[in-house]
Design a protein around this ligand. Structure first.
Ligand code: PEP
Ligand code: MG
Length: 829
């Protein structure tokens, strides 16, 4: 396959173009980039040596086609060519095609096994579809004229159902599929009277301008003509491999999924309990920008530019987070958001209003956004009309930066069951349990951070209900079963009464468990177990103490860093840790250092995009990459630990070297402060990467404790993304594979006389209590509402029997088998 190299002044542009081209051509296209000088530090510029490296990486004896953007990109590519030995140089083709369109066309054509010349020709024709769509001088045509005997051809006719017709992505799939046979395939748009054109050219197919509902004719000759047509028909039946929403009325008549009872949508149970109420959507937030004149228009213009740049950084972080959670395709919406910020039609009138009318940036901006959103809303195309909401959301973010206030969160207008696509951790953190009686989301997994927050707020929740949940109209009566993972739409009165009874019974059981929650939990054989709370802020501690916590086993400090414009200072952090410790009244508190990255990005901490953020620079990896952040935090923790029982814990430790670096950072923080290490400051790590569990015998010698993060441990052990509802069934922390990792950790800890806790969501599942204690866990830390029930479960555990059950569980074949055993034992007890 021909190799492709993309040379750009901009690292981001090269990466972006490559991403797009791979999306169209497929992940295995041989495509390399040379953008910027030395990204991420010097993301702009070009360098012949980098271009040479990219050519070497993309090397293929079939040839390499190099596409460049402007000016010095061309010069650097020419220099790189000169550096190549003669025999290789002859196979490299510098191609003057348009950069983006050319990259996409080249990728699709290279994948078909075309020659370097064919790839370059197709790339040169990359502008043809745009020219055909917008009019203008004729673009160079990519398609070499060929003879085609239409009289001999077989043909099929298809109606294209895709909302945007055969636009780039489905057109690329069409070309890939149609070209995979020993056949000459042509396609015509019968509705528009265009074509036929060859199916081997993305440009030619896109130039047909096939829109939604258009009829196309696909013709084929050659040995495999029938097979080619069958494959194209199958592709069309799959919606050209694009997710197409079925058209349904605004109010949904729920079509029961395979496991859903009639009238219900089935999802993933996420936070226990039942809720009755009407469907509520998030109410889009607003911000006031009082009319004011600009005292210094130049300063206002600078403020506008700063706000636009800061918002661009936020959007990149949001894009990365969504890509990590639900995939790159859904995250593409953020690329459109970024484009709003560069749209001269939007930004130029604001600049003019500031410069010429001396208006202040916030009100000029707000007005321009409103005017443009209204213009979008006046369009006929429903898809384009919906972009007004995107524009308003971006406009609000810029406005918040201009006003120097946090971006307001969407809110609920009244009590009910929140129905949303997915929740960000920040959305969930801002929910008011008095209004959000239940949470129903279309996407997301049960251990996503938003789900964890729902649990800590005690709000029943079901996630991963699928897109049909989004078509439930505001105000529709709903009944949500957070235990079974079901959402009933318009529940019949009998069902609603049953739910009301369950809600009352659960409240009674909860009251009983709460009545004894303030006494320590000891097993039947008298072993004390620390039942602690997971919190994200000092403000949550009062509720945790009220629920009967013996301490805090996990303080997720990253939430102190979110929802703000910059890092909290050392003093601010110390104050927060002290506030938390004081609210605990002498109970111990495990402070986990910053665990950002993956689905918890920091808007003001730009990180280069990562293909797999959960496997990337997150947790301690970021702390070690940015020692300034870690050091500030550790200094604040050490200061608070001077007079409070504070423990420090590091997230995402995978190796002994990381642990040693982290420990050294604690010592350095104390030394920097000129104080001795606080007496009794325990230093521990999360065991949430399988490697840490497997080398626990080595790590145990150098830690004071382990706390097992079953959320991540499960996601990594079973290779099942914790935020992806489609693999939610796989990520069950009671899987014997995870239990074996817990057993290995406990065994190693016992040999060194260290304690082991669990702070993942499994700790709050009372069914799991006997098996965890049987494996050797002695501290359980969870969302506060789960504490009373888990304390109750601890009191029923006989450790001798629990050890037997734990040993049996390790030998069982599946999570379901473990659950079954635990249910049977619980029933027998
Ligand atoms: C875990 O991974 O189990 C854990 C407790 O950490 P977090 O959920 O914050 O990633
Ligand atoms: Mg974790």
């Amino acid at each position: 396959m021909v190799g492709i190299v993309l040379v750009s002044h901009s690292w981001k542009l090269a990466e972006g173009a490559a991403e797009l081209a791979r999306e169209m051509g497929g992940p295995d296209v041989k495509l390399e980039t040379a953008g910027g000088l030395d990204a991420p530090d010097h993301p702009v510029g070009t360098d012949a040596v980098l271009v040479l490296g990219a050519i070497e990486r993309a090397w293929s004896d079939d040839g390499v086609v190099v596409l460049m953007d402007l000016g010095s990109a061309v010069l650097s590519a020419e220099m790189a060519l000169e550096m190549l030995p003669d025999d290789k140089r002859a196979k490299v083709l510098l191609c003057e095609a348009p950069f983006i369109e050319g990259a996409v066309a080249a990728a699709v054509t290279a994948k078909l096994g075309a020659t370097a010349e064919q790839v370059a020709t197709e790339a040169r024709g990359g502008l043809a579809p745009k020219v055909a769509h917008l009019g203008g001088p004729e673009a160079p045509t990519a398609e070499a004229p060929q003879t085609f005997d239409a009289g001999q051809a077989r043909s099929i006719r298809l109606v294209v159902p895709n909302p945007h017709g055969l636009h780039a992505r489905p057109a690329a799939r069409f070309v890939q599929v149609a070209s995979g046979f020993d056949a000459d395939v042509r396609v015509a748009n019968l509705t528009a009277g265009r074509g036929p054109v060859t199916a081997r050219s993305l440009n030619a197919v896109a130039t047909l301008g096939v829109g939604k509902g258009d009829e196309i004719e696909v013709l084929a000759t050659g040995n495999e003509a029938d097979r080619a047509l069958d494959a194209v028909r199958a592709l069309a039946e799959r919606g050209f491999d694009e997710e197409i929403e079925p058209e349904v009325p605004a109010t949904v008549t729920p079509s029961a999924g395979p496991e859903a009872p009639a009238g219900a949508l089935a999802g993933v149970p996420t936070s226990p309990g039942v809720a009755l109420g009407v469907a509520r959507r998030f109410h889009p937030p607003t911000l006031d920008a009082p009319e004011r004149q600009a005292a210094d228009p130049e300063a206002e213009l600078r403020a506008l530019d700063d706000a636009l740049s800061a918002t661009a950084v936020d959007i990149e972080a949001q894009r990365a987070a969504v890509a990590g959670r639900v995939g790159t395709y859904q995250a593409a919406i953020f690329d459109a958001h970024r484009l709003f910020l560069q749209d001269e039609m939007l930004v130029e009138p604001v600049r003019a209003a500031i410069r010429d009318d001396r208006r202040a940036a916030p009100n000029a901006w707000k007005e321009a956004v409103e005017a443009m959103a209204a213009a979008w809303e006046a369009l006929e195309d429903e898809y384009l009309r919906a972009r007004a909401a995107d524009l308003r959301s971006v406009g609000l973010q810029v406005l918040a930066h201009l006003l120097g206030v946090p971006v307001p969160r969407p809110s609920l207008t009244g009590a009910g069951i929140l129905v949303a696509p997915d929740l960000t951790p920040a959305d969930a953190a801002g929910l008011d349990p008095a209004l959000a009686l239940g949470i129903a989301t279309a996407f997301g997994g049960p251990t996503s951070h938003a789900a964890i927050l729902a649990r800590s707020l005690g709000i029943p929740a079901v996630v991963g209900l699928g897109e049909s949940a989004l078509r439930i109209a505001e105000g529709t009566a709903l009944a949500l079963d957070g235990d079974a993972g079901l959402l009933y739409v318009d529940p019949p009165p009998r069902l609603a009464t049953g739910f009301e009874e369950r809600r009352r019974a659960a409240a009674d059981a909860d009251r009983e468990a709460r009545a004894e929650a303030h006494t320590p939990a000891t097993t039947l054989d008298g072993v004390p177990i620390e039942v602690a709370a997971n919190v994200g802020s000092p403000e949550e501690i009062a509720a945790a103490v009220e629920a009967g916590c013996d301490g805090v086993g996990l303080f997720r400090t990253e939430f102190l860093f979110m929802e703000r414009g910059q890092m909290p200072s050392e003093d601010e952090q110390e104050a927060a840790y002290r506030r938390a410790a004081e609210a605990l009244g002498g109970r111990p508190m495990v402070v986990r250092t910053l665990d950002v990255g993956a689905d918890k990005p920091l808007p003001y901490l730009a990180q280069p995009p990562e293909a797999n953020p959960f496997l990337g620079v997150r947790g301690l990896r970021l702390g070690l990459e940015r020692p300034d952040l870690l050091e500030t935090q550790l200094r604040a923790i050490v200061r608070a630990a001077a007079d409070h029982p504070v423990r420090v814990m590091f997230p995402m430790v995978a190796t002994l070297e990381e642990l040693r670096s982290a420990r050294a950072a604690v010592a350095a923080a104390a030394e920097g402060l000129g104080v001795p290490m606080p007496e009794g400051l325990q230093v521990g790590i999360m065991v949430e990467v399988p490697s840490a569990a497997l080398i626990a015998p080595v790590l145990a010698a150098e830690v004071d404790f382990f706390s097992i993060g079953t959320n991540d441990l499960t996601q990594y052990a079973l290779a099942a993304d914790r935020g992806n509802e489609r693999v939610a069934a796989l990520s069950d922390a009671l899987h014997p594979a995870v239990l074996r990792l817990i057993a290995a950790t406990c065994e190693a800890a016992a040999a060194h006389d260290r304690w082991v806790g669990v702070c993942g969501e499994l700790a709050g599942d009372a069914l799991a209590t006997p098996v965890l204690l049987g494996l050797g866990v002695r501290e359980l830390s969870m969302s506060a509402p789960a504490i009373p029930a888990v304390k109750r479960a601890v009191r029923a555990v006989d450790l001798g029997r629990a050890r037997e059950h734990a040993a049996r569980a390790l030998g069982l074949p599946s999570a379901e088998a473990v659950r079954e055993m635990l249910r049977t034992e619980a029933g027998a007890a």
